[in-house]
Write a protein that binds this ligand. Structure first.
Ligand code: FMN
Length: 203
């Protein structure tokens, strides 16, 4: 499936590190694909397994793994969409119902949950940053596999009842839903924050 050996590394094994213009080019051109444009096919089961393993290889101060990933079978995904839709409809919130197109259209999705260990000597903020790194790794790895991906939170990441439907615990936060599939159109460059306004020399 891949041109490299994906056998899990043993602890302490020296890891090959090589310069790669391909990785740089991928990052240079990286762009999310809007979730409603993501169609079949999504990643195969083997690709999804590798994608998740790559997603979890992130910097993590203290090696505490303060995150978890939730997978959804197609049936579970449909069920969750229906439950969230019923919730939004019960409140008469058309905007929230409409927003669910982002979850219902893509063939696949992962939920990345920030699950900090508290109290802990590693600051909460650092644990949450590590969960964000999981999301970003997933985006990059999905792109390298040829899929489109979109990192979304939306209302259901924050709504108490929606969080219960999703199985998010009180002390957890949804770092993001990563919607996955094949984009129907090439992404267009978006406006980027100005380099000079964001980068400065100290002093
Ligand atoms: C934590 C987080 C949450 C986001 N939630 C949403 C969202 O709910 N709805 C949305 O349209 N975009 C959301 N976005 C933005 C999308 O991911 C957006 O497509 C992306 O920033 C485009 O940038 P890119 O092309 O550089 O990847 C979110 C981004 C982040 C980092």
């Amino acid at each position: 499936m891949t041109a490299f050996d994906t056998t899990p590394h043993e602890f302490g094994k020296p890891l090959p590190q090589k310069a790669s213009d391909e990785v740089l080019e991928a990052l240079f051109n990286r762009r999310s694909a809007p979730a409603p444009t993501l169609q079949q096919p999504g990643p195969s089961p083997e690709q999804m397994d590798l994608l998740i393993r790559l997603g979890l290889r992130v910097p993590d101060h203290g090696k505490i793994g303060p995150w978890r990933i939730v997978r959804f079978t197609p049936e579970a995904k449909t069920q969750v969409v229906e439950k969230l839709k019923a919730l939004a409809e019960s409140r008469g919130d058309k905007k929230d119902v409409g927003a669910l197109i982002k979850m219902s259209t893509p063939p696949d999705m992962l939920m990345v949950v920030s699950a900090p260990i508290q109290p802990h000597k590693i600051p909460l903020w650092e644990q949450q940053l590590s969960a964000a790194a999981v999301c970003q790794n997933l985006l990059i790895a999905a792109g390298a596999m040829g899929y489109g991906a979109n990192w979304i939170t939306d209302w259901y990441a924050y709504d108490a009842e929606a969080r219960t439907i999703l199985g998010v615990k009180e002390d957890e936060n949804v770092a993001g839903f990563i919607y996955l599939g094949t984009p129907t159109e090439p992404p267009l460059e978006r406006e980027r924050p100005d380099y000079d306004a964001r980068v400065s020399w100290w002093g």
